[in-house]
Write a protein that binds this ligand. Structure first.
Ligand code: GLN
Length: 190
C-alpha cells in the first residue's frame, strides 16, 4: 500500500522532499489547506522562511489543524520547519506552533553566504556519516526533558526527536542520502 505523507507546500523547499518521498515509495501530498491533511499519515514542514510560513499557516487556517494533526501523527521539521515546531518565543512576524519542547536562535549558523555542507554523526546510524547542508540554519539552545538528541555537529545538537516528531537544523532533502527520511517514516504502518 502506498503511504500518503503530507508536505507543507506554502513556501520553501517542499519539492525536494516530495522527490525523496517518491524515491522511497511514499505518496507526497502537497498540503496547502486543512482538508489536505485528511489523507496524510505524517507531515513534513520544509525549510524556507519561517516568518513567511508562519503568516501563511494563519492565512490558510492551518494553525489549529496542524497542531491537532501532530497529537496523533508524526511531523518532521527541517530548518525553518524546525523553527516552526519549536516553542521559541514569538518573534515580530513569527509565531511557532509549540509542538516540541525546545527553543532556537534563528540564523545562528551564519548568513546565506556562509551556507555550508559538512559531515555529521547520526546517533541512530553510526555506519556512515551524513552530509548536512546548513542554510541560514537555526541553533538549538534549550531542550526539554522528553527530547533526545539524534545528531551533533561540532558538539552542538542539530537533530532532535521526541516520541513522535523529528527536527533537524540542516536540509536532509538535499543530496541522495535518504536515511533521515527513512528514519522518520519507518514507524508508519499500512
Ligand atoms: N533562516 C530561515 C528562517 O529563519 C531558515 C532557513 C532555512 O530554512 N534554510 O526561517
Amino acid at each position: 500500500m502506498v503511504r500518503p505523507v503530507g508536505i507543507l507546500a506554502l513556501q520553501g523547499n517542499f519539492s525536494q522532499h516530495a522527490a525523496m518521498l517518491l524515491h522511497l515509495g511514499y505518496a507526497p501530498i502537497m498540503v496547502r489547506y486543512p482538508k489536505d491533511l485528511e489523507a496524510c499519515r505524517a507531515l513534513i514542514i520544509p525549510g524556507g522562511e519561517s516568518t513567511t510560513m508562519s503568516k501563511q499557516i494563519d492565512r490558510n487556517g492551518l494553525r489549529a489543524p496542524i497542531k491537532d494533526f501532530g497529537k496523533k501523527n508524526p511531523i518532521m521539521g527541517t530548518c525553518a520547519g524546525m523553527i516552526l515546531l519549536s516553542n521559541s518565543k514569538n518573534g515580530k512576524n513569527m509565531d511557532p506552533l509549540n509542538i516540541m519542547d525546545f527553543t532556537v536562535d534563528r540564523n545562528a549558523w551564519g548568513r546565506q553566504v556562509y551556507s555550508f555542507t559538512d559531515t555529521l554523526k547520526l546517533h541512530f546510524d553510526k555506519r556512515k556519516q551524513f552530509k548536512g547542508t546548513f542554510i541560514r540554519a537555526p541553533k538549538i539552545n534549550q531542550i526539554g526533558k522528553q527530547i533526545k538528541v539524534l545528531a551533533e555537529y561540532n558538539g552542538e545538537p542539530v537533530m532532535l526527536k521526541n516520541s513522535k516528531h523529528l527536527v533537524c537544523s540542516f536540509h536532509p532533502e538535499i543530496g541522495k542520502d535518504t536515511r533521515i527520511h527513512q528514519f522518520f517514516l519507518k514507524n508508519l504502518h499500512d
